[in-house]
Design a protein around this ligand. Sequence first.
Ligand SMILES: Nc1ncnc2c1ncn2[C@@H]1O[C@H](COP(=O)(O)OP(=O)(O)OP(=O)(O)O)[C@@H](O)[C@H]1O
Ligand SMILES: [Mg+2]
Length: 323
Amino acid sequence: MNPAIEVKNLGKTYGSVTAIDDLSLTINPGEIFGLLGPNGAGKSTTLRILITVLKPTSGTATVLGHDVVEEPDTVRSLIGYVPQERAIDRFLTGREHLQLLGDLYHLPKAQATQRIQELLKLVDLEEHADRTAKTYSGGMKRKLDIACGLLPNPKIVFLDEPTLGLDVHSRLRIWDHIRQLRKQGITIVMTTNYLEEADQLCDRLAIIDQGKIKVIGTPKELKAGLGGDSLSLTVKESQLDKLDRLSEGVKTLSFVRNIRTIDNGLDIRVESPEKSLPAVLEVANRIDCQVDGIEYHRPRLDDVFVSFTGHALKGEYPDPVEE
Ligand SMILES: Nc1ncnc2c1ncn2[C@@H]1O[C@H](COP(=O)(O)OP(=O)(O)OP(=O)(O)O)[C@@H](O)[C@H]1O
Ligand SMILES: [Mg+2]
């Protein structure tokens, strides 16, 4: 199977700023591939190189076998793009936006009219198609953005932060639309700041931080790769001097796979929570260390993120922006 996208040792610098550094990845046809990372990680830069609006400083990238630098016109004819920054004109209706784009793409009138109707249906905007965009909610505008990206009937769609700032309902609707596209055989490349979005929506993802890819895999593989469930134990400030001894003691337990010191406690990877919980508490008792809190959970994508980047990704949905 030929890859949909092949990126090799891609780099981009802006003066002294390295936006992305030596990225390599392969995206398969028909998958939803996510770039997950914090602000400034290099997600949009990567996307913009792939859609041929930015030239890389080093390395190569191909889209359906076509080099993004050598054959930008061919690449552009195969893709759709939904930018992070909204490009909607407040005074046009949803339908007029799509018609205008249809003219830009030189679609024959009858074909454009039919395609626009299909797209309005796909993103649930049929009812609102003839209202001006200034009366749209944030979610409706994002759906219109997506319809615009799909108008040229692309084989690959690039979505930059498709649900940024949207409320729960709109976000779930957009996820549905994205899954719908995958059903039609379209390859989706998207960026996200949101752990939950990456976990629920993406077939595979790359964690990107400070311009570098830290790891690539399915959400399931990445979580399983952490090796075990997590037991987070915190102690009161007065007990912090006992943390090293606690860590030493816990390390000797046979079912402990890994142990890391966190702010005011320990993060312990364990094979079996049933055995580990009482045993860890017993070690604490033995050295007279008072435990303040203990939390057990299955591996989550935020654990994966911390494990590969050394820091947390807030990755929570902000309050939706009122518009
Ligand atoms: N035109 C530019 N000139 C200079 N620096 C830039 C430019 N565009 C991006 N950068 C820098 O490159 C880095 C990566 O930016 P990029 O927009 O790719 O990040 P991102 O992962 O998309 O972040 P966000 O989640 O905020 O959208 C940042 O340090 C940014 O400041
Ligand atoms: Mg961005």
